[in-house]
Design a protein around this ligand. Structure first.
Ligand code: C5P
Length: 673
């Protein structure tokens, strides 16, 4: 996850590969609540791990449900409809799918079994209406106090044990603001349907009907039959009881699928992009997004649990569509509209205004920054593609979907943007609401022109701290990191393992060319073994500097190092990153510190790991390595002519990173703008 203030995307030009979707948010939180209310244990498979599910899990735990993780499976021991805990203060973040149903369930439980529960969230949650749900519950005899603004969270629901609810009359709820109010009642009222059926009637035109279908299907899995008369009247059968289905699988998130369907439609020009976890058998309404994408020109095939998309018509076909049935995925259409052959008009989206942010206003503002002409009203948005694309820093409003949708604007070169424009996504970690690894997943699928992927090189002598600096800088920027020293170290190790003498140039070069090396966070794997610790040994460093002097070995490792230049960017450290491997790097840094200072640092490092060392020996070693690296014929250690020098003898690590980051900002068009 990118927990950084902003993430810069270079211009992107293609997409291919396979993506496995995280679990559906809507299904995950409904299943959790049902499992929490049911009697017995439910095994939940493929649950989404995200902010919204985390707050639901915390709430269930606070209410006394048993939760046990077992690899990819979560076991939920439910309450069987009986409160275990009668007082709790629940924080529900910005999760509408937790706030609405928990309010209904706890209001009903408190009114009949006694209790007092507070439900609150982040400031935006306190701006999202819940009045229609309160007005539906109060006539039943539920006590609900609004602790802030009337009609909005935070709320306190309370009651005395032995209370009875008035369920003889149909319960009326508005359906035209959010379908989550009806979902909340459908999920909660089986709790009081033992003696007589419970009838719910919807006032106004029900929006987002497919979400009600998900609710009904999941209720059925938990043994609750609801009779539906059109979309106006719902009857929960008398004697209803939540019964665990034993095990339940959460399918992939169909709304999340929309970003990858769009990605395929825009950028999968060579082969289809394959999406797994959701498909033609989905119970989620947003799967209908596929039809809208087809209408815009995407070529889509699907089967149970999978979708394959490739670009069909290009530019995309402009569309006029009522999106009432796909409110969330419709946001993706608004961004696809940037690539269409005329203005696209999306209607029936009034609910956008009460989501994580006012999505109509937010989308209009951000699409305009890219150069699009946008016209928006209470329940529609019309987007005409940019005549001239602009480099933009887009805001995301703490709204995961804004961030994920807008990332697709980085494909502007495919729409003829000239020059191709980079894109800044502010606050990228907001995707954690439903898709914590969204950007990592995206970067695993996209292609950029390497010349357009920014590179920062950090070269310098042994123990100058360049590895630490480069890794920290890569984290701050959200970029890839190449520790080229590790590549030489691994080559020396692999040669040793293969019994190849280190002065056998052709032999070591063959080992280098076949190197099976994998970087995984701070761990490094060679031929399937974790060699991180072995690689860092002083002795391995010395062997590395011997193989590194062999020109054939350097040539053999060249392509491997180049392959690290991938979106969104690369920080590479070594000896010849700026001079030989990435001579066109956007920023080159040459890091130095006195031999004495470097020996002291290495000494501290070793002692802290419990390894005996002497400063004098270390200094001699470092000086010998410097001499060998500087005097060798192949790619000798020296600063590139256009490198900026940084002597960090007197600087702490954060200060060094700050200095280099400032240099980068001076060159980055998105910072200079
Ligand atoms: O940076 P590190 O100490 O891990 O590098 C180990 C050795 O690999 C260095 O002493 C140097 O000889 C060699 N090396 C190189 N070119 C690079 C990185 C490392 O020659 N780009």
């Amino acid at each position: 996850m990118f927990d950084i203030p902003h993430l810069d995307l270079p211009p992107l030009r293609g997409a291919a590969g396979r993506v496995r979707l995280p679990g559906s948010k809507s299904i995950s939180n409904r299943v959790l609540l049902l499992a929490g209310l049911a009697e017995g244990e439910t095994e939940v498979h493929d649950l989404l791990g995200s902010d919204d599910t985390r707050v639901m899990l915390q709430a269930l735990q606070a209410l006394g449900c048993g939760l046990q993780r077992d690899g990819a499976v979560l076991r939920v021991r439910g309450l069987g409809g009986r409160l275990q805990v009668h007082e709790a203060d629940l924080f529900l973040g910005n999760a509408g799918t937790a706030m609405r149903p928990l309010t209904a369930a706890l209001a009903v439980l408190a009114a009949t079994q006694g209790g007092r529960f507070t439900l609150r969230g982040v400031p935006r949650m306190h701006e999202r209406p819940i009045g229609d749900l309160i007005h539906a519950l109060r006539p039943l005899g539920c006590s609900i106090d609004e602790l802030g603004q009337p009609g909005y969270p935070p709320l306190c629901v309370h009651g005395q044990a032995g209370g009875r609810l008035q369920t003889q009359q149909p319960i009326r709820v508005r359906g035209d603001v959010s379908s989550q109010f009806l979902t909340a009642l459908l999920l909660a009222l089986p709790l009081v349907a033992d003696a007589a059926p419970v009838v719910i009637e919807v006032d106004g035109e029900l929006i987002s009907k497919p979400y009600i279908e998900i609710t009904l299907k999941l209720l059925a899995r938990f043994g609750i039959a609801v009779q539906r008369d059109g979309w106006r009247r719902f009857t929960i059968a008398q004697g209803s009881r939540y019964r665990t289905p034993g095990a339940i699988h959460v399918e992939g998130d169909a709304s999340s699928a929309s970003y990858f369907v769009a990605l395929g439609a825009i950028a999968a020009t060579r082969s289809a992009l394959r999406i797994e976890g959701v498909g033609s058998d989905s119970i989620q309404g947003d799967i209908a997004f596929v039809d809208a994408a087809r209408a815009m020109g995407a070529e889509v095939q699907s089967g149970p649990g999978w979708i394959e998309v490739r670009r069909g018509r290009w530019p995309l076909r402009a569309l006029a569509l009522d999106c009432n049935h796909i409110p969330d995925a419709a946001m993706t259409l608004a961004v696809m509209a940037l690539y269409a052959d005329g203005p696209t008009r999306l209607t029936g989206i009034a609910s956008w205004r009460v989501k994580e942010t006012d999505r109509i206003a937010a989308m209009a503002t951000e699409l305009r920054k890219l150069g699009a002409a946008v016209n928006a009203g209470d329940d529609f948005i019309e987007v005409a593609p940019p005549a001239r694309w602009q480099a933009a820093a887009v805001d995301t409003y703490d709204d995961h979907r804004m961030a994920m949708c807008l990332s697709l604007a980085a494909f502007n070169p495919l729409a003829g943007a000239n020059p191709a424009q980079p894109l800044r996504i502010r606050d990228p970690q907001c995707v954690a609401k439903t898709f914590p690894d969204y950007f990592e997943t995206l970067f695993g699928l996209v292609q950029a022109d390497p010349a357009e992927v920014p590179v920062i090189t950090v070269d310098g002598p042994s123990a100058s701290g360049k590895g630490t600096l480069a890794a920290a800088l890569a984290r701050r920027l959200g970029w890839h990191f190449l520790d080229s020293g590790a590549v030489y170290r691994a080559t020396a190790l692999a040669a040793g393992q293969a019994g190849v003498a280190l002065d056998d140039e052709a032999g070591v070069a063959r080992v280098a060319a076949a190197l099976d090396l994998r970087f995984d966070g701070s761990r490094i794997w060679l031929a399937g073994h974790d060699v991180s610790d072995e690689l860092r040994r002083e002795s391995t460093g010395a062997l590395a500097s011997r193989v590194a002097a062999l020109p054939a070995v350097r040539r053999a490792l060249h392509a491997l190092q180049l392959s690290f230049r991938r979106a969104p960017g690369l920080v590479a450290d070594g000896r010849d990153m700026g001079t030989v491997v990435f001579p066109q790097a956007t920023l080159k840094v040459f890091l130095t510190a006195s031999a004495e200072e470097r020996a002291k640092r290495r000494y501290k490092q070793l002692i802290s790991k419990g390894i005996q060392a002497s400063i004098a020996d270390l200094r001699a070693d470092i000086e010998a390595r410097d001499a060998r690296d500087q005097s060798r014929v192949a790619a000798p250690l020296k600063p590139a002519e256009d490198a900026l020098r940084l002597d960090n003898s007197q600087l702490g690590i954060d200060e060094s990173v700050d200095a280099v980051q400032q240099w980068w900002q001076q060159r980055n068009p998105l910072d200079r703008a």
